[in-house]
Design a protein around this ligand. Structure first.
Ligand SMILES: Cc1cc2nc3c(=O)[nH]c(=O)nc-3n(C[C@H](O)[C@H](O)[C@H](O)COP(=O)(O)OP(=O)(O)OC[C@H]3O[C@@H](n4cnc5c(N)ncnc54)[C@H](O)[C@@H]3O)c2cc1C
Length: 395
């Protein structure tokens, strides 16, 4: 194994670094967390800039319209974006990181031609309509029904926790096409255009003061059969592809973001005296070591996905470790912040060059609670690891 970067990889890094140094300072300030239309505009503008510069869909195969970068280049790309404090993927999360990749693997040539380029250009935003009030961890019990009527499905039911639906153009939607008790065998994966009559979206406000998700009510919504990905009643298999992207590679950049957050917290702690506490230093050291291990795991997942086309079940190990680590990191942040952690407003005296701000620490903390729930709870990841990786008997 040669762990050095090749000349062409170094050239890729240098060119990307140059481009980022040029464009990132030209971006305006990030919109407030609570203003979703502004966040859509910000995130899709950034996506368009990546597209124009040839960096959109870095991990997508060339046939899918992406750059088809090698695993090493993908990791360099993520490292450089984080180093430059470039914008996060944001509202493009579902489209770029799991719906688009699912269409690449499972879609027809027509679907790939119709749906992939607008995701890459930042023209169209996607959301995910999997969970229902009675179907979260036990997703196979979902009840939203689709009945075929000529060349359309008529969809009726309710989804919940649908992230970014407020600003989405399409939704990757799971529906029941088989009998009520058909579980995994009666599910179909559809592409729902969000502008159809019969759709009612009601936002839900989180403790982070944001309406990042909500309830999606569907009443006789007509979806073309041409928008079905995979065969009717074969949607569970397609769903496994979606979830393996969501858990395996979608959160890879978060390991780097966590390292950046830890670095910023150290800066603040050294400045405000929190660093004199040996216990706090010990926790920071542990988190740093865990993050190094997590980044190694992320690199493994990226290489595996590049080799096989779809990330493996090992993504559950990464997802579990990352979510729980983010919660401990957020708690460390609140201990570093001290009384400043009680305020959402910027406290001027708290600011340290290279450090994180107190609202960033508070946001990271309130948001951390959802991490062990979103994209499959920690208990579910543990079940998957036990049964599918360790081969233990079903509980
Ligand atoms: C921030 C956020 C964003 C989200 N975005 C989306 C989205 O865009 N689209 C979407 O479709 N969904 C989304 N979700 C929903 C998410 O996928 C579900 O919340 C999650 O799968 C858990 O389902 P549930 O909330 O129904 O909890 P339940 O499934 O009811 O679980 C309740 C508790 O029981 C435990 N439990 C359940 N079954 C088992 C079992 N077999 N073994 C051990 N323990 C078990 C769970 O771990 C949990 O602690 C989002 C959630 C969050 C928090």
């Amino acid at each position: 194994m040669d762990l050095r970067y090749s000349e062409s990889e170094e050239a890729f890094r240098a060119e990307l670094r140059r481009w980022l140094a040029e464009v990132v300072p030209t971006l305006g300030p990030k919109p407030p967390n609570t203003d979703w239309p502004a966040r859509r505009a910000y995130d899709t503008t950034w996506q368009r800039m990546l597209y124009d510069a040839g960096y959109a869909g870095i991990d997508w195969p060339v046939e899918g319209g992406g750059r088809g970068a090698s695993p090493v280049e993908q990791l360099i790309y993520l490292e450089e974006l984080e180093r430059a404090h470039a914008p996060y993927v944001g509202v493009n999360f579902v489209g770029l990181l799991h719906a688009g990749p699912t269409v690449i693997v499972e879609g027809t040539p027509e679907q790939r031609a119709r749906f992939l380029p607008p995701i890459l250009r930042g023209d169209e935003v996607w959301c995910q309509g999997f969970s229902e009030p009675g179907a979260g961890s036990d997703l196979a019990s979902l009840r939203t029904r689709a009945v075929r009527d000529g060349d359309e499905y008529v969809v009726t039911g309710q989804k919940i926790w649908t992230s970014h639906a407020e600003v989405a153009d399409f939704c990757e939607l799971l529906v029941r096409t088989g009998p009520e008790d058909s579980r995994h065998h009666g599910i179909t994966w559809l592409i729902l255009p969000m502008d159809r009559p019969g759709i009612d979206f009601r936002p839900l406000r989180t403790i982070a003061r944001s309406t990042e998700f909500g309830e999606l009510f569907l009443d006789g919504v007509r979806v073309p059969v041409a928008n079905r990905v995979g065969e009717e009643n074969d949607g569970w298999r397609v769903t496994m592809t979606t979830l393996s992207f969501e858990r395996g590679t979608a959160f890879v950049s978060e390991a780097l973001q966590s390292m950046e957050l830890l670095r910023g917290l150290r800066q603040v702690a050294r400045h405000n005296g929190a660093w004199s506490d040996p216990e706090l230093r010990r926790r920071a050291g542990h988190l740093g070591a865990e993050l190094d291990a997590l980044w190694a795991l992320a690199r493994r997942n990226v290489s595996q996905a590049a080799r096989t086309g779809v990330p493996g079940v090992g993504g559950s190990v990464y997802k579990l470790a990352l979510s729980e680590l983010r919660q401990r990191l957020a708690e460390l942040g609140m201990d570093v912040a001290g009384p400043a952690g009680l305020s959402w407003d910027d406290i001027e005296e708290f600011a340290v060059p290279g450090g994180v701000t107190n609202p960033e620490i508070v946001h990271s903390w309130v948001h951390s609670f959802s991490r062990t729930i979103a994209a499959g709870t920690s208990q579910i990841q543990r079940n998957i690891i036990a049964e599918r990786i360790l081969g233990l008997p079903k509980g």
